[in-house]
Design a protein around this ligand. Structure first.
Ligand SMILES: CC(C)(COP(=O)([O-])OP(=O)([O-])OC[C@H]1O[C@@H](n2cnc3c(N)ncnc32)[C@H](O)[C@@H]1OP(=O)([O-])[O-])[C@@H](O)C(=O)NCCC(=O)NCCSC(=O)C[C@@](C)(O)CC(=O)[O-]
Length: 382
């Protein structure tokens, strides 16, 4: 927390020269260079390592109108945990009147603590909590299983997952009111309480989303990157461990992604504390991912089968598909640790299970190639 103490005050003082301050950050080694010279860098090289946060079970499903059974949600998490994904957003402690699909998040958390999915890797599960009421609901389950999860200062193990709480702010007042029924200042005051309680009571890591950073369904394209940086620095000062920048509407473009990230760097926000959360509504998610990667960001959210869409962002479609991000990263020589074939299978299964079109281009291509190979093999045998 001390790392970001008073950053927002210094940042506010520097505001008049803000535009001039948006200089590109010092370049670290680019992903393109790393891909060109694979023999020089082992696959575990920190520069090539990318963390994917799978948000399918929460962001992917929250907007589905038909009820999805608890069994299907748990099955989805279980299958995802076997693909090499290590960080999974599993539910949301919000008001069931607002988001009914997330109503069984307590049962999900309970199940994950009692029977963690078998995985070769230690897992982290994340749950949204917009206020103390949501956090208290999560704590009720945690206090029943005090030794079943790893806190912030202990490494998770395969049978003791780490837990993370996520708060979610907005970069525009209109979106904040639609999503949280309050203005940004009020939401930040609530998040301060949530972050403090999450850390003080159970030493939990906290992720903080900022929605509509590259376009708002109510205020349009021109979201002020300076405002995003201000909200980000406030959340970091409160003790948030990571800022997830949400392109909720998918309106982000490559130049504006670059501008936004330059603004955050100039405000003193470190790349290692930033995650990108792209939606693919306008087909720009992978382009924007490349821009963020080039900037030095190494954490990206994605959703299997391209599931998703925010209930309070009319017209926004799914998150960028996990399959597409894994494939894209592999073509760049980056290391996600995720088995593409396995995640394609999960995307195929969950989209059929809930009766949605598979929105992953890569998923569909891999499934098509498999079918053709099977038909050729059958033809050769006949
Ligand atoms: C924040 C509130 C609760 C305020 O909602 P409110 O109506 O202003 O709150 P309230 O304090 O007046 O309470 C109203 C009722 O809700 C209950 N309540 C109050 N809080 C909770 C809670 N935590 N859990 C369960 N129940 C709760 C409370 O007890 C009361 O119940 P009643 O007395 O009427 O029976 C509401 O606006 C809400 O739940 N909003 C959630 C919206 C949401 O989940 N949006 C989607 C997630 S964000 C997202 O998807 C974007 C992201 C993160 O993916 C990134 C991106 O793409 O941008």
């Amino acid at each position: 927390m001390a790392r970001y103490a008073l950053l927002s005050r210094r940042f506010a003082a520097a505001r008049p020269s803000w535009v001039k301050a948006c200089l590109p950050p010092p370049r670290t080694r680019s992903f393109a260079t790393a891909a060109d010279q694979p023999q020089e860098q082992p696959s575990s090289s920190p520069d090539r390592r990318v963390k994917l946060v799978e948000v399918g079970p929460r962001d992917g499903l929250q907007n589905e109108k038909r009820p999805i059974s608890l069994a299907t949600k748990l099955d989805l998490i279980d299958r995802l945990a076997k693909t090499g994904l290590t960080s999974i957003e599993a539910g949301s402690f919000v008001s069931p009147k607002w988001v009914p699909q997330m109503d069984n998040s307590s049962e999900i958390l309970q199940h994950l603590l009692q029977t963690p999915p078998s995985s070769p890797h230690p897992l982290t599960f994340s749950f949204l909590a917009p206020n103390l009421k949501g956090l208290t609901n999560a704590f009720t389950i945690l206090s029943q299983h005090p030794n079943r999860f790893a806190s912030e200062d202990a490494a998770p193990t395969p049978d003791k997952p780490a837990l993370e709480i996520a708060v979610f702010a907005a970069a525009t007042e209109s979106f904040s009111r639609k999503n949280l029924n309050c203005d940004i200042a009020t939401s930040l005051a609530r998040f301060r309480e949530v972050i403090q309680a999450a850390k003080d009571t159970h030493a939990l890591r906290v992720r903080a989303y900022i929605s509509v950073v590259l376009g708002c369904p109510f205020e349009g394209y021109d979201v002020d990157p300076h405002r995003v940086a201000q909200v980000a620095t406030e959340l970091l000062e409160m003790g948030a461990d990571e800022i997830a920048l949400g392109d909720t509407t998918g309106m982000g473009t490559a130049p504006r992604t670059k501008e936004l990230l330059n603004c955050l760097s100039a405000a003193g926000v470190r790349n290692e504390d930033v995650a990108m959360h792209f939606h693919d509504t306008y087909g720009q998610a992978l382009v924007n991912t490349a821009v963020a990667l080039e900037h030095g960001i190494r954490t990206f959210d994605c959703s299997v089968g391209g599931l998703g869409g925010c209930p309070y962002s009319p017209g926004a479609t799914g998150n960028v598909a996990t399959e597409d991000v894994v494939y894209f990263m592999e073509t760049l020589g980056m290391d996600t640790g995720v088995d593409l074939d396995a995640v394609v299978d999960v995307g195929d299964w969950i989209t059929k299970e809930i009766g949605k079109e598979n929105a992953s281009t890569v998923g569909k291509a891999v499934l098509g190639a498999r079918k053709r190979a099977e038909a050729e093999a059958a033809g050769a045998q006949a």
